[in-house]
Ligand binder design. Structure first.
Ligand code: FMN
Length: 389
């Protein structure tokens, strides 16, 4: 059974709901760690007031007993604390009253799913689109990825993320060990290692916000300890680098993904791009460099996985853009709404978790097993085979 999940729920509805299927039995879950990951998503310089309203925690309502998975689907919910203010507007029963009371939305926002979703689903209240297309859904995906993260941690696989760029400010490159990267970025309100860059990024966000504008950036995720051979070259939809790229671009506002040196390779000579293969008794097969970001032929090489994602600036602006009212077909300029001005640090946490999920899915495909004990035996025998190769 391959790992899979579904999410449901609206941004102002009662809760987000997720069902995860395919996890093995006997995996001990650390609930505090799960909630810690959710709360990491809520931090970051540049976020709006909503994040002060929501203090996310995940409640597991199926598939876990006495702290351990049973092998049954895991059901988890993340409550929306803001729901109490929306019980009427978001009620599943019909409500009396006009547009005002229904808080009907008829003015599509540029850069959002509003207009396309309204046209596609033939919805004259764009709230039915925006409630689901909101990035609030990424809270569910962080919770799901946080469970996958605990599965991978059982096998010594570690995940870290960092912000590489916010608008015009770029962080200097670093190759810190994963544990140090985790510790250093956790202290930073913009999830960046270098203190000078941190100050510049925060000032840049403040300036952009003061101008009524928003800003995007680039985030990076590294995963260490992944064995060689996750994913496969034999079929397009089994290539793990490709699956990761899909997962990254599925995050709200993410418009591109790079593996390893990515787009930079276009301007470089082959001699400087490819990673030479070495062998020693101690390390076995390994690479002299890791420009490929841990992938060749859609399979992991055993080196660190390095993935970057680019996030566009937040589309809701204090300085409005032109749009057209779907009732009158007349132009209007959007009214000011509550919004983040920069969500790149939070998005870095989201990216860590969607990439982690894809690695865990490929891990389960390779090592199968209905219990963690069975997987452990499968991993050990495979690693022995690789060592003897
Ligand atoms: C963590 C996170 C927070 C976000 N917060 C906002 C926000 O406050 N306001 C906003 O307009 N867009 C926000 N977005 C982006 C929109 O959800 C996204 O641009 C929109 O749904 C349209 O999807 P697309 O940009 O992928 O095409 C956020 C994205 C992420 C990942």
């Amino acid at each position: 059974m391959s790992l899979r999940y579904l999410t449901a729920g609206e941004t102002h509805g009662p809760q987000l709901t997720a069902i995860i299927e395919g996890l093995p039995s006997n995996l001990t879950l650390d609930f505090e760690e799960l909630n810690f990951q959710l709360q990491r998503r809520q931090k970051g310089h540049g976020r709006g007031r909503r994040m002060q309203i929501e203090k996310d925690t995940a409640e597991i309502v199926g598939g876990v007993r006495h702290g351990r998975t049973t092998g049954a689907p895991i059901a988890l919910v993340v409550a929306n604390n803001d729901w109490k203010h929306w019980t009427k507007v978001m009620n599943i029963e019909p409500i009396e009253g006009g547009d005002e009371e229904k808080r009907r939305v008829h003015r599509p926002r540029p850069g959002h799913a509003d207009l396309n979703g309204g046209l596609k689903y033939n919805l004259k209240d764009l709230r039915n689109v925006l409630e689901r297309s909101s990035a609030r859904e990424t809270a569910a995906r962080v919770a799901i990825g946080a469970v996958a993260r605990q599965l991978l941690a059982e096998f010594g696989i570690k995940v870290a993320g960092q912000v590489i760029r916010i608008g015009e400010i770029e962080a200097p490159a670093n190759q810190l060990p994963v544990d140090e990267l985790i510790a250093r970025t956790e202290e930073s309100p913009v999830r960046v290692v270098d203190k000078e860059t941190e100050e510049k990024m925060m000032a840049h966000i403040d300036q952009v916000k003061a101008e009524g504008d928003s800003i995007g950036g680039i985030v990076e995720c590294v995963i260490e300890g992944v064995p060689v051979g996750l994913g496969s070259h034999v079929q397009w939809d089994r290539k793990l680098d490709a699956r990761i790229a899909q997962a990254v671009v599925s995050i709200n506002a993410f418009k591109g993904c790079e593996i390893g040196i990515g787009f930079e390779a276009a301007g470089m000579r082959g001699f400087k791009v490819h990673d030479e293969i070495l062998y020693t008794e101690e390390l076995g097969y390994h690479r002299a460099s890791n420009r490929a970001g841990g992938f060749e032929g859609g399979m992991t090489t055993g080196e660190q996985i390095v993935v970057r994602g680019v996030m566009k600036p937040i589309p809701t602006l204090y300085k409005p853009l032109r749009s057209v009212d779907i009732d009158t077909k007349e132009p209007f300029t959007a009214q000011v709404e509550r919004s983040d001005s920069c969500a790149v640090p939070a998005a870095s946490v989201v990216m860590e978790h969607v990439v982690t999920w894809e690695v865990a899915r490929a891990f389960m495909e390779k090592f199968g097993g209905d219990s963690i004990d069975e997987i452990r035996a499968n991993v050990a025998s495979y690693l022995e085979q690789v060592k003897e190769y």
